[in-house]
Structures are given as structure tokens and as C-alpha cells.
Design a protein around this ligand. Structure first.
Ligand code: ACO
Length: 332
């Protein structure tokens, strides 16, 4: 085999974790004015996982997913150079969750930082990790996507509380000199979108006050229809740009690994890419939208399906707005 002088970054290990507690559609029927039929037909979601213990936060989910990856793949945590945690629900302001995760998993030689791009966070973090590996300066980069969405969800708002769940997934990036792994990416953002999807208070624009609390401004709010339409067109455009740029058509692609926000969004993108349903990976029915964790949880759940050389398109859309697509060739 001819070896490339250029280093690619490839995923060499995958881990995942979801909390035990299942919040079923029928449980939500007891809390807000909704029903199982509406939720399933409009979103494809049957249940989501919730981290009930109030003393545990996003770092707990991230640590469990990372430990799962480390133990299943016999990784020495001291060999990890860098830890990126993609999250929109960090444990605290200021203190990077990734620094805590790195210490708790025993990666004392690593440095860690958080990346916040809402539901696009994990996609963007994979790109950051790939760049670090391609530079040759770092050998092992752990990328975690973790969110305790239940900490920012208003369980009185039926239009959002049905959508989200808690979870985490992790991947390890290492170098590959056979041309496999991360190939290309097309990422975008548009700040006008922040009016349509946000947690208004708690940042520097609206610091916490008794008024922000009484207005319930610390919960996620969105214009669901606008987010839906923009997500479909943005992810479809980004995916078709990536296909064209790499001389690919839908038939060449083995799997679409797309952010799990709504089954109808995923199916619309797949249709626009002319993908057969068997190529479209989905686990939204079990977990709902876990924000930064959806893509790594798909990789975790379907890892036994992937074969060396499989061509994968990653696509995501999230708050900001932020979105993009990437082309990846499986290397394991
Ligand atoms: N149960 C029953 N009825 C409901 C519910 C519910 N849980 N939620 C809303 N409705 C009602 C509405 O009030 C409305 O009633 P009306 O016609 O009497 O006014 C009706 O259902 C239709 O409402 P729509 O908002 O048009 O419903 P839609 O088909 O668009 O589905 C949904 C709503 C599921 C929120 C959809 O718009 C969606 O998934 N949008 C994308 C949201 C998303 O994915 N956000 C996060 C992505 S980015 C990130 O995660 C950071």
C-alpha cells in the first residue's frame, strides 16, 4: 500500500453514555398538553434520557462517555494530548468543563477547552481536532459532545420539552497516512439566527436577575417552524456543496450521519441528497435531540455497521445559527 506523506485525522475509538432514566411521551402527556401520536408523527421521538441526579452535570455525561471509550479500547489516558468538549450546557461559566473532564479521566498530560456551537458543536470540534492532528503536533485528541439539555428546558413549554434529552458521546482522533479519515468540510454561520433559537439570559447580555428568573428567560426558546425550514435548507446546501466539491453523488455515500433534531428534518435532507433510507442513520426515537451529543451517539450506536473505506457525510445545524457538512472516510 502506498503511504501518503500528508497526515489525515481519523477516528480510532468511539464511546458513549446516556443516563438510565427514560422520559416517555406518555410521561410528557402528564406534564403538558401533548400526546404520543403528535410527538411521534411531528418529530419521530418516542423517548429521551434524563440525568435526574441534580448534583450531576454535563461533565458527568462527558466523563462516562470518555471512560467508556478508554476502557473498551485499552487507551492509556496519559497518552491523550488534548480534550475538546463540545457543549452548550457547560457545568459552570468561566471554568472550562473540558479541563475537569480531562482531569477526571486521568488525562493529566492533556489540555482541555470547550467549544460552543450548539447542535453544530461536535461537528466543528471534530474539525478542530482534525486540524491539530494534521499539524503533526498532537497525536491523540479526544473530542466529546455532551449536553444536559434538561438543565435548560422549560417543562411547561410543550413546543420544546418534547424535543430534548441528555447524553454524551466521544471519539478519539489519531493520524492516518493512508488517506482515510477527515477529507473535507464546509461550515457556515449566520448571527441573525440568534433571535430564533436561544437561552436569552445568563450570559453577559442578560445576566441573571430576579426578573430574568421570573420571566423564565433561562430556558431555551425557539421559533420551531423557522428553525425547521432553515435547518433543512442549510444542511441540504452544505451536504450538496461537499458532494460536488469531492466529485461525489448520493449513490457514492455509504452513510449520512446527521444531527438528530427531528426525523422529518433528517428525511428531507436525505431525500434532497437522493439517499436510500438504509444509508440514513437515526436514533432520535430513543434519545431525542441531545444537541452536541447526537452525532457521537450515532457513531457509538452504529459503530459495528461501519467498514473501512465507507464514505460518510456528517451534517449539523444549530443555534447561532451555525451549520455545516463534512466528508469522512471510515478507517478502522
Ligand atoms: N403537542 C401538541 N401540539 C403541539 C405541541 C405538542 N408538543 N407543540 C406545538 N403544538 C401545536 C402548536 O401549538 C400548533 O398549534 P396551532 O396550530 O393551534 O397554533 C401546532 O401544534 C403546530 O405547530 P407547529 O410549530 O407548526 O408544528 P411543527 O409541525 O412545526 O412542529 C416542532 C413543531 C416539532 C417544534 C418543529 O417545528 C421542529 O422540530 N422544529 C425544529 C426545532 C429544532 O429542531 N430545534 C432545535 C435544533 S437546533 C438545537 O438543537 C440547538
Amino acid at each position: 500500500m502506498q503511504l501518503n506523506t500528508k497526515l489525515n485525522a481519523s477516528i480510532t475509538a468511539v464511546g458513549g453514555y446516556v443516563p438510565e432514566h427514560r422520559l416517555l411521551n406518555k410521561n410528557l402527556e402528564q406534564i403538558v398538553d401533548t400526546n404520543d401520536e403528535w410527538i411521534q408523527s411531528r418529530t419521530g421521538i418516542k423517548e429521551r434520557r434524563i440525568l435526574k441526579d441534580p448534583s450531576k452535570a454535563t461533565s458527568f455525561l462527558a466523563i462516562q462517555a470518555s471512560k467508556n471509550l478508554i476502557s473498551k479500547n485499552n487507551i492509556d489516558p496519559l497518552t491523550i494530548d488534548m480534550v475538546i468538549v463540545a457543549t452548550t450546557t457547560p457545568d459552570m461559566q468561566i471554568a472550562a468543563t473540558a479541563a475537569y473532564v480531562a482531569s477526571e479521566i486521568g488525562s493529566y498530560n492533556a489540555f482541555g477547552y470547550d467549544l460552543q456551537a450548539a447542535c453544530s458543536g461536535f461537528l466543528f470540534a471534530m474539525s478542530m481536532a482534525s486540524g491539530k492532528i494534521e499539524s503533526g503536533r498532537y497525536k491523540k485528541v479526544l473530542v466529546v459532545g455532551a449536553d444536559k439539555m434538561s438543565s435548560v428546558i422549560d417543562y411547561k413549554d410543550r413546543s420544546t420539552c418534547i424535543l430534548f434529552g441528555d447524553g454524551a458521546g466521544a471519539v478519539l482522533f489519531e493520524s492516518n497516512n493512508e488517506g482515510l479519515g477527515w477529507q473535507d468540510e464546509y461550515f457556515k454561520s449566520n448571527g441573525d439566527g440568534r433571535e430564533s433559537l436561544n437561552v436569552k439570559a445568563g450570559g453577559s447580555l442578560f445576566p441573571a436577575t430576579s426578573t430574568t428568573i421570573s420571566n423564565r428567560d433561562h430556558y431555551l426558546r425557539q421559533d420551531g417552524r423557522k428553525v425547521f425550514k432553515t435547518a433543512v435548507s442549510a444542511m441540504s446546501d452544505a451536504s450538496s456543496t461537499i458532494l460536488k466539491r469531492n466529485n461525489l453523488v448520493g449513490e457514492d455515500i455509504d452513510y449520512l450521519v446527521a444531527h438528530q433534531a427531528n426525523e422529518r428534518i433528517i428525511e428531507s435532507i436525505a431525500k434532497r441528497m437522493s439517499l436510500k433510507p438504509s444509508k440514513v442513520l437515526k436514533n432520535i426515537a430513543k434519545y431525542g435531540n441531545t444537541t452536541a451529543a447526537t452525532i457521537p451517539l450515532l457513531l457509538y450506536d452504529f459503530q459495528n455497521k461501519f467498514k473501512r473505506g465507507n464514505k460518510i457525510i456528517f451534517a449539523a445545524f444549530g443555534g447561532g445559527f451555525t451549520w455545516g457538512a463534512a466528508y469522512y472516510i471510515w478507517s478502522k
